[in-house]
Write a protein that binds this ligand. Sequence first.
Ligand SMILES: CC(C)(COP(=O)(O)OP(=O)(O)OC[C@H]1O[C@@H](n2cnc3c(N)ncnc32)[C@H](O)[C@@H]1OP(=O)(O)O)[C@@H](O)C(=O)NCCC(=O)NCCS
Length: 343
Amino acid sequence: MSESAHGAEAGNGPFPVVIAGTGAYAPARVLTNRDLERMVHTTDEWIVARTGMRERRVAADGEFTSDMAAEAGRRAIADAGLDPAAIDLVLLATITPDLPFPNTACLAQGKLGAKNAVCIGLEAACSGFVFALEAARAFVASGAWRNILVIGAEKMSAVLDWSDRSTCVLFGDGAGAAVVQRGRRGRGIIGSVLGSDGSLSDLLQIPAGGCRRPASAATVAAGEHALRMNGREVFRHAVTTMTRAAREIMDRHGLRTDDIRWVIPHQANMRIIRAVAARLAIPESRFVINVERYGNTSGASVGLALDEAVRDGRIREGDTVMLLVFGGGFTWGAMLLEWGGAK
Ligand SMILES: CC(C)(COP(=O)(O)OP(=O)(O)OC[C@H]1O[C@@H](n2cnc3c(N)ncnc32)[C@H](O)[C@@H]1OP(=O)(O)O)[C@@H](O)C(=O)NCCC(=O)NCCS
């Protein structure tokens, strides 16, 4: 695992790096478990028991990842009290880009009018939001950019095989965003522990559409443009890896579980979240959970949950918050924040 404690150093040094604003967007259309019962051989009871999900959002036909990203980004910029022109970098994580290129950060930037921003796309599947936050932290700490708009956005509904009940019930669409900048007070982003293991990439992927298997009539006929997953193996790795990452970051910063006010886990599955909570001995009541309403929105999930918990007043100034993610790659990470400290 790679580790960073630069935020902590920054906290004791000239300036902390903070999240100055958050925003989120979820499409209006709700797809319930009952709706899915009419589409594939499944039941509301099975989905709730195995995943905790009751409904998820699905983007409209003409609504793309860049549209959701732009709306979440607009809200985060307003929350930070900035004008879009003040953003100098858009860092967007997605596995469901509008196009193979140009990157979706460029497309979202155009839509939200962040005309002075450089645009970088980043792909780390369900860990994308935290990987992008860590990149933003390093860029701000280095002085390379000042006001970074981090976005995790996904139109997962576009990459699902809607006849495969083992995957299509699990995912949803949405976007979460945060503005990262130098802060005045507090410690902001305290540090992170990130990791990746490419030897396990076969367990969760979209097999075709890249240079290994370019799109062809054969790849389309074989359904290879849809997400494929070994659910049981992914489940096992997610639980052990998220638990390990959480323990590592707490050890590194000398924190005990009681010091963590909120854990915001990737919203993959209620059973994964429960298993991690039990292993860490952190009560479920201190986890921010919205998987029942949004399903797994991959790179958007932590941003969506963070914005929700900030907006409804659960996360308050001074709270220690742990973001905890796992996704295809495999990729994983834990990030500690001390909430607040913006200008
Ligand atoms: C996908 C997942 C919910 C399946 O739960 P599970 O307890 O492992 O279930 P299994 O895969 O063993 O399948 C059990 C049975 O349910 C069936 N099943 C699968 N999906 C179903 C559905 N939507 N409705 C009803 N039955 C379903 C399977 O076909 C299987 O039937 P069989 O025993 O006759 O073959 C679970 O493995 C999981 O959450 N994995 C992690 C997925 C994830 O979070 N991925 C993203 C990580 S970033």
